[in-house]
Design a protein around this ligand. Structure first.
Ligand SMILES: NC(=O)c1ccc[n+]([C@@H]2O[C@H](COP(=O)([O-])OP(=O)(O)OC[C@H]3O[C@@H](n4cnc5c(N)ncnc54)[C@H](OP(=O)(O)O)[C@@H]3O)[C@@H](O)[C@H]2O)c1
Length: 431
């Protein structure tokens, strides 16, 4: 036998051993909106993947659909009761109902994929406990940055390595609005209207523009990157509703852009802090050029150094791509390791001071925040730059949301009540 034909035989043998299993994965799909239809379409285009959507549950019986009415159930619980389904994919837009369905499935020891970041962020400790108690598996790559494989990167590849920081642009809608404001000199309302018209922002933009959505994602990443389980309310999130052309111009003078950055930062003494706010981003940061609806994640690892992931964080196909990857992982019996949860815990701290830019005419909030140092003040433009306690920002965040434009200065944080000389440089990619 020639060398070529023996190689061909070996390749054929390997290929035969790797083909999709004979029995297709039987999927119960709960939700047939943007993500559900995106996944359905992907599976139709990939018959070789070896999965079939056996049942689909939706809510509204009167809606017109791209598939015949007979394809749908209007009771998601029917899918929970169907033991012939190998995997349940939960992609509905109701976090409370999603938790009810996912936790019920985990109580049956089922394999489940979800894309619901708000639900996972709010209930992660309970969901992990249910997996451990009943032996099921929950994967949720689509919940953070859509098609960017950030959870599996942090959970699997960086499961052992200490990370100096994980920071990124986790919300494409607000990033699109800020990009338009920067490039077209539009004001917030006009840029938001354009984002809504192009389908990059929801009709109710609050979760995205006020940074609740990226906060949920940061909370999920804290578990995988640092082994810290947080409640979303512990994390400061401020949005862009009051950012105006004045603020964009302030950043541009220093050749910076304003971006909503979710940052998880390792501090001395085994402490972690997490912030989700508009930030000044320098051209040296990979995040500087993450524009429009794109997402980006910078990982600063102790040994690997800096890594940068960029991609589409939303949309039917990009998010469906993440669900597809989870289905493949489930079929290979993979589950999250949560390796850092088993380690001595980092403690979460907000006992820090943060350097901020605040443009407001609300005298009370200036008093409430208690600036400890003022580094810049421009009465005519109505802004002030200086250090404030992070705890004060958290305590007064509701008033702050209405008070004016807030932007954090990247990398400038220091222990509370310390002197300026003690400023800690957070490990951001801008350095
Ligand atoms: N859209 C994205 O790009 C994206 C990206 C990442 C993560 N996600 C997450 O993925 C999930 C789905 O988002 P989406 O944009 O696909 O939402 P969507 O377009 O609004 O679709 C939601 C779907 O869920 C169905 N549904 C709602 N309540 C239900 C219930 N109780 N039982 C059965 N079906 C129910 C709806 O049924 P009807 O069709 O009858 O209304 C609809 O088909 C959300 O958690 C979202 O945060 C979305």
């Amino acid at each position: 036998m020639s060398r070529v034909s023996s190689t061909n035989l070996a390749v054929s043998a390997i290929a035969a051993s790797l083909v999709a299993p004979a029995a297709p994965l039987r999927i119960g799909l709960i939700g047939f909106g943007c993500v559900g239809q995106g996944l359905y379409d992907i599976l139709q285009r990939l018959p070789g993947f070896g999965a079939e959507v056996r049942r689909i549950a939706v809510k509204n019986p009167d809606k017109s659909r791209s598939l015949p009415a007979s394809a749908f159930s209007f009771q998601a619980d029917e899918l929970l009761q169907d033991k012939e389904l190998d995997v349940l994919v939960e992609v509905i837009d109701d976090a409370a109902e999603a938790f009810r369905l996912v936790s019920a499935a985990l109580c049956q020891g089922r394999r489940v994929v979800t894309a619901n970041k708000a639900m996972v962020a709010q209930h992660l400790p309970e969901l992990i406990a249910l997996e451990q108690q009943f032996g099921g598996t929950l994967l949720y790559e689509a919940a953070v940055c859509g098609s960017i494989p950030v959870i599996r990167t942090l959970d699997a590849y960086f499961g052992q390595e200490p990370l100096r920081s994980v920071s990124g642009i986790f919300n494409g809608s607000s990033n699109y609005v800020l990009t338009r404001m920067g490039e077209d000199a539009s004001e917030y309302a006009a840029a938001l209207a354009e984002a809504q018209q192009k389908g990059f922002a929801e009709t109710d933009p609050t979760l995205d523009m006020a940074a609740f959505d990226p906060r949920s994602k940061a909370v999920i990443l804290a578990a995988h990157a640092y082994g810290v389980l947080l409640q979303p309310e512990q994390v400061l999130n401020l949005g862009i509703e009051n950012v105006s052309a004045t603020d964009i111009a302030y950043a541009a003078v220093a050749n910076q852009k304003i971006k909503v950055v979710a940052g998880l930062y390792l501090l001395p003494n085994h402490q972690l802090t997490v912030l989700v706010t508009p930030q000044l981003v320098d051209p040296t940061s990979p995040l500087y050029s993450v524009d429009d609806e794109f997402n980006g994640v910078v990982i600063e690892a102790e040994f690997a150094g800096t890594q940068f992931l960029r991609g589409r964080g939303a949309g039917g196909h990009p998010t469906g791509s993440a669900v597809l990857a989870d289905l493949a992982a489930l079929r290979a019996n993979q589950r999250y390791a949560y390796a850092k949860l088993a380690r001595p815990q980092l403690s979460y701290t907000s006992d820090l001071e943060l350097e901020i830019y605040l443009r407001t005419d609300d005298e009370l909030i200036l008093d409430q925040l208690g600036f400890t140092d003022i580094t810049e003040e421009a009465d005519e433009d109505g802004y002030i730059v200086g250090f404030v306690p992070l705890d004060a920002l958290i305590q007064h965040r509701d008033r702050l949301r209405k008070a004016g434009a807030f932007v954090a200065r990247t990398g400038n944080v220091r222990p509370a009540t310390a002197h300026a000389a003690d400023t800690l440089e957070l490990a951001t990619a801008a350095e």
